[in-house]
Design a protein around this ligand. Structure first.
Ligand code: DQA
Length: 183
């Protein structure tokens, strides 16, 4: 079975259960997965913005690290940033509808945007919310996330390593989903 972009949607759907188990165990049949890393407002300032809270690594530095991890894991990586809520909604829709996983640091929109939550839910995107800082150790208005309930998990407080941890967590989930027989 083949997806819109020519990638197999499922490596096991068209074969018998016994051989399906064999194929699922075979590295040769590992489905290629895609991850979109989406960044919201002010994350373009990473590296110079409030360094005591967010550290010294720039967003370009984060992108470079993740691209290296993705290349090593044979994962297709898209990395984006915008200061506009509607554009972030569009990025989520694109990722979700294409079956890519989403690692999202929505910045302040995390705490204000129902639209981002609806975009994740509406496209059935497999998403992980990340934050550089530990939002729960900060002001109370940062404790609430509209997206967290529709994400598979939330990683925060590990500096830019939050992105690495999210990448390590999302890839096996996407591979598992890609290997699942459809319908
Ligand atoms: C942030 C935390 C948010 O509360 C804040 O508005 C940001 C960055 C983080 O990565 O720690 O812009 O998402």
């Amino acid at each position: 079975m083949w997806g819109a972009e020519g990638f197999p949607l499922s490596v096991t759907a068209a074969i018998e259960p016994a051989s399906a188990a064999f194929c699922a165990a075979s590295e040769q049949h590992r489905a290629m997965v895609a991850v979109h890393v989406l960044n919201g407002p002010n994350l373009n300032l990473l590296g110079t913005r409030e360094p005591a809270t967010y550290g010294a690594v720039t967003l370009a530095g984060v992108e470079e690290r993740l691209k290296a991890k993705a290349a090593a894991a044979n994962v297709e990586l898209t990395f984006r940033q915008t200061n506009f809520e509607g554009e972030l909604v569009g990025f989520i829709q694109q990722a979700g509808l294409s079956g890519a996983g989403v690692i999202i640091n929505a910045g302040a929109y995390t705490h204000t945007s129902v639209a981002l939550r609806d975009a994740i839910k509406g496209t059935d995107a497999l998403a992980i919310e990340v934050h550089v800082s530990n939002v729960h150790a900060r002001e109370e208005f940062r404790h609430h996330s509209w997206m967290a309930p529709v994400c598979v998990g939330v990683i925060c407080g590990f500096g830019v390593a939050s992105y690495d941890l999210a990448f390590d967590a999302i890839v096996p989930l996407l591979e598992k989903r890609a290997a699942k027989p459809t319908g």
